[in-house]
Design a protein around this ligand. Structure first.
Ligand SMILES: Cc1cc2nc3c(=O)[nH]c(=O)nc-3n(C[C@H](O)[C@H](O)[C@H](O)COP(=O)(O)OP(=O)(O)OC[C@H]3O[C@@H](n4cnc5c(N)ncnc54)[C@H](O)[C@@H]3O)c2cc1C
Length: 460
């Protein structure tokens, strides 16, 4: 008989693991949100704000809402589909088995890079199509400002060691998200038992062994038995599920990290320029100081796309620190919900480096204003008052929370929850520290690699 594997969470990690193991094991995949179906309805490909498919978390540091997709595809069904992997150096400190060279085969396996698939560090036959959008007028103007600021041109931001300005690598097809829902779910649905709208209440433990999952679904409350339970409920959802299950693993929630992010909002002189390329097509990656590995990212975008209360001519130039050292935390609330503190800029060094990144970005914006492309408001926060104070007020999430159940803390190198058997975690929470790219593709690669570990463990 084939081993029974229950995967909790149909997001980036869970769906890719399911895809890898589905031909060898009897897989049940539980997803609390809906399955939008195949073909995917347009709104799940193109729209950004849908509160009816959200977990409704809050950053207690700021009181701001944290978006988390509650829908098949998870984060990749609600995200900006930016597909940057980060630098090899960003994986230093992940330890044996999880360095860049170890993850590269999985990164290649999951993607088809439409421009550079023939290069050794890219894939040409994976389900996730990665492309670079042709630049719009504002992207071209941003590139010119970067060039006059002395930054180099970079044709492929996913080529190891490259820096500078160039087109965003993005997992989009015809402008819509080509994430785990659109690209992977159609390959998996018919090979597994997919149970949407099914919430995992707790993992059933017998001593230290996980033996099943108690679920609340369309058929009511029931307990499913499994030989292996894989938790892929995401950086916030996974700690909650472990707590509800009485699993006492070390350091749950302790190492949480996110990229701190600020928006420098200006206005486009010509609104039509924004809507010629509403999804951001341009990205700058540059060192904060002399250490080339200590990067910040800058990209401009239309905030109106994400927030219909924002002005239509609004052009947000966003800046993120990609190697923060600050850590936040997730602790257990009385209601078993995650109490989240992202801890942005908690460390003085992050604040200082973020200030440098903003000053460097301000000179790019000044250049664009001088050429009549954008208008800078007279009360722009980075121009008035104390910059560090302004940063503390404006810092927000880049939506990249990771590392709440990291390798060598909560899980071991085979992703087994320490102190348990037959229980693994496979999602962004297992990252030991944040990479200097986005977690979207990296988490899919973790899901794929973890599928290989599952097959080995089950002797398949
Ligand atoms: C608004 C937004 C924009 C983003 N933009 C980008 C970007 O452009 N580039 C980038 O690199 N990254 C981006 N990210 C981050 C990226 O999408 C996530 O890092 C990635 O999705 C994490 O994958 P995961 O598998 O850890 O979790 P998720 O993809 O969140 O999957 C977890 C899944 O588990 C389900 N689940 C949770 N608890 C339970 C339960 N108890 N029972 C059943 N199911 C459960 C959830 O519904 C969800 O489907 C963005 C994220 C957001 C929210």
């Amino acid at each position: 008989m084939r081993p029974r594997v229950i995967i909790v969470g149909g997001g980036n990690g869970g769906l890719l693991t399911a895809h890898r193991i589905a031909d060898h094991a009897d897989v049940t995949l539980l997803e609390a949100g809906i399955d939008p179906g195949d073909p995917v309805p347009a709104r799940f490909l193109h729209e950004h704000a849908y509160p009816d498919h959200d977990w409704d978390y809050t950053n207690l540091d700021s009181g701001s809402h944290l978006v988390r997709g509650r829908v098949l595809g998870g984060g990749s069904t609600v995200n900006a589909a930016a597909g940057s992997r980060g630098q090899p150096s960003g994986f230093e400190g992940w330890g044996p088995g999880w360095q860049w060279d170890d993850l590269l085969p999985a990164m290649r396996a999951i993607e088809t890079d439409e421009q550079f698939g023939d290069r050794p560090f890219h894939g040409d036959s994976g389900p996730i199509r990665v492309t670079r959008l042709s630049p719009g007028p504002l992207d071209e103007a941003f590139f010119e400002a970067c060039a006059s600021g002395g930054h180099a041109h970079c044709e492929d931001h996913n080529a190891p060691g490259t820096r500078g300005y160039g087109p965003w690598p993005t997992n989009r097809v015809d402008g819509g998200r080509w994430g785990a829902l659109a690209a992977v779910a159609p390959l998996v649905r018919h090979r597994i038992g997919l149970r949407p709208q099914t919430f995992a209440r707790r993992i059933v433990m017998h001593g230290d062994r996980a033996t099943g999952v108690e679920v609340q679904g369309p058929g009511g409350l029931e307990t499913l038995r499994g030989d292996l339970i894989v938790v892929s409920a995401g950086t916030y959802g996974t700690p909650e599920l472990l707590w509800r299950s009485g699993v006492e693993a070390p350091e749950i929630g302790v190492g949480l990290q996110d990229h701190p992010w600020v928006m420098m909002n200006v206005q486009a002189r010509h609104e039509a320029d924004i809507f010629a390329r509403p999804v951001s097509g341009s990205l700058l990656r540059a060192p904060v100081h002399d250490d080339p590995a200590d990067e910040f990212q800058v990209f401009p975008f239309s905030e109106w796309l994400y927030d219909r209360d924002a002005p239509r001519d609004g052009y947000s130039v966003s800046v993120a620190l990609m190697q923060p050292i600050s850590r936040g935390s997730i602790t257990r609330g009385d209601d078993d919900r995650a109490r989240i503190r992202l801890g942005h800029l908690a460390e003085e060094s992050d604040l200082e480096r973020m200030a440098v990144a903003v000053e460097k970005t301000a000179s790019i914006i000044d250049d664009m204003a001088a050429r009549g492309i954008v208008r800078i408001p007279s009360d722009a926060w980075w121009k008035t008052g104390d910059l560090r104070h302004g940063l503390r007020r404006h810092v927000a999430t880049y939506n990249h929370p990771v590392a709440s159940c990291g390798i060598d803390r909560t899980v071991d190198r085979r992703l087994d929850v320490r102190g348990t058997t037959s229980l693994k975690i496979v999602d962004a929470s297992i990252m030991p520290k944040i990479p200097d790219g986005g977690p979207n593709l990296v988490t899919m690669a973790i899901g794929w690699k973890a599928g290989g570990i599952v097959l080995e463990d089950l002797g398949l």
